[in-house]
Write a protein that binds this ligand. Structure first.
Ligand code: UTP
Length: 218
């Protein structure tokens, strides 16, 4: 069984919903729903736009995080309605049990949906999280746009901590994976595979067991 993290960056493109891509991903999820027992949806451009306006208005960090969380919930409900078999939407994980089929977004300020996806995997009893975003994995330098940057197929929690150590934790953050999620991977033994989810073919492959992107091992 597996948990999917559907990053907001695959739902939106150029500030609009990437409708064709969303429908393709929804179809793959519907086809494989018997092996997917959790889906966590990110906030993407919707979250970042809310947060930008809130910041200009002087809202504090917690308030801005709640704006991001609201965006994740809206996106999660949107995806859920498109699926053949609906998952139960929850806005927190307290009542989740092993074996439940859950869809959610953010839960509380201070982390991102990366962390929520590992927490949900722990609760429903999945050994791994497959995370779809617009980046194809983790690179061996902090700036993946550098010409000599190489994608790593497999990384340890220690490797990842070094790569993300200077990155911001502010609301609407854009980082490969958040610190809370990395600590959670270390503590739970759940593996986290990040790959380019802008191609639904990659999702098909990952679900078939083909190695794609970067897998973070505890
Ligand atoms: P995410 O950063 O999880 O959305 O939430 P995302 O679109 O998946 O991001 P990508 O695709 O990985 O880039 C957006 C914002 O919502 C708040 C944070 O401010 C976060 O940056 N948030 C989200 C929380 O405070 N708590 C949560 O549990 C989730």
């Amino acid at each position: 069984m597996t948990v999917l993290k559907l990053g907001g960056s695959v739902i939106f493109e150029d500030n609009r919903i990437a409708s064709e891509r969303v429908l393709e991903i929804v179809q793959v999820i519907s086809d494989h729903s018997s092996t997917i027992n959790g889906i966590v949806v990110g906030g993407g451009d919707l979250a970042r736009q809310y947060i930008r306006v809130g910041k200009n208005r002087g809202l504090n960090s917690d308030e801005l995080d709640w704006m991001g969380i609201n965006a994740t919930h809206s996106n999660a409900k949107f995806v859920n309605q498109l699926l053949d078999e609906e998952y139960e939407f929850l806005s927190e994980l307290a009542d989740v049990n092993r074996g439940d089929d859950i869809i959610t977004g953010g839960t509380k300020p201070g982390h991102t949906t990366d962390a929520v996806s590992v927490m949900l995997a722990e609760k429903v009893g999945s050994d791994n999280v497959y995370s779809l975003s617009d980046i194809d994995g983790i690179y061996d330098t902090r700036d993946c746009s550098l010409e000599d940057a190489d994608r790593i197929d497999s990384a340890t929690v220690g490797d990842v901590k070094k790569i993300i150590r200077d990155q911001s934790d502010s609301p609407g953050r854009s980082i490969p994976i958040d610190r809370v999620a990395v600590d959670r991977i270390a503590n739970t033994g759940i593996t986290f595979t990040m790959f380019d989810g802008t191609s639904s073919e990659n999702l098909e492959n990952v679900l078939k067991g083909v190695s794609v992107g970067t897998t973070i091992n505890p």
